[in-house]
Design a protein around this ligand. Structure first.
Ligand code: PLP
Length: 224
């Protein structure tokens, strides 16, 4: 019994070590960076393995897929926390509010309206992040940088206890660091403590820029 860690946890251990190293390089505490294991397209068994390795926080980008996978997993692991990291359609808001602990992709007024409505009906509202389209890419979700100040101000008025920070997916080809830094400055201006940024290819740089949540899929579960 000298090794209580189940087999197959090496990937998770390695990512946690990388997070700790990146945090230490910036004189930050590793405890200040939450790892969100992005389990989209992965089967339920892969999530169960990750749970047996000690991982508790997961991210999914589609409501339907998460609804099929997670309710049973919550029974075996009540401390599990589930984030919606993908775009949310207003017709899925009811289901999303019931299923997720965090919705990290609030990016438009119509969605804010639907969330407010559902919160009034159900008496429940997950933790919210505002997604910023930090590279102002035409095809990407998120509020545009030019409109971010107004949208953040309005959202904070509506959901003062639920909006905790900002999320971004920077342009794929460019150096992500300036984008991470821009998101961090924006969060700081509004006094928002949570910054969800950094994926498999760039999470150490995101941590250098102040990420408090990194969303890692392929580097943990393998390619999709
Ligand atoms: C898929 C996804 C990730 C994880 O990406 P990897 O490169 O596989 O780590 C992170 N964030 C969002 C929003 C995603 O959709």
């Amino acid at each position: 019994m000298n090794n209580p860690t189940p087999a197959g946890c090496d990937g998770l251990i390695a990512i946690r070590a990388e997070i700790a190293r990146a945090a230490a390089d910036s004189r930050r505490s590793a405890g200040g960076v939450e790892l969100i294991a992005v389990s989209k397209t992965q089967p339920r068994e892969a999530v169960e393995r990750m749970i047996s390795c000690g991982q508790r926080v997961f991210g999914e980008n589609r409501v339907q897929e998460a609804a099929g996978k997670f309710p049973g997993l919550r029974e075996i692991c009540p401390e599990l926390r589930l984030h919606l990291i993908g775009p949310l359609q207003t017709n899925k808001v009811r289901e999303a509010v019931a299923l997720f602990d965090a919705i990290d992709s609030l990016d438009r007024e119509k969605l804010a309206d639907a969330l407010e409505n559902e919160a009034q009906k159900s008496g429940r509202l997950p933790r919210l992040l505002i997604q910023v389209n930090i590279g102002a890419e035409p095809q990407k979700a998120g509020v545009l940088p030019d409109e971010a100040d107004g949208f953040i101000t309005d959202s904070l008025k509506r959901f003062p206890n639920h909006i905790k920070g900002l999320m971004c997916i920077p342009p794929a080809e460019a150096d992500a660091l300036p984008h991470f830094q821009a998101l961090a400055r924006l969060a700081l201006r509004f006094g928002l403590p949570v910054l969800s940024m950094g994926m498999s290819g760039d999470f150490p740089r995101a941590i250098a820029a102040g990420a408090t949540e990194v969303r890692v899929g392929t580097a943990l579960f393998g390619s999709r």
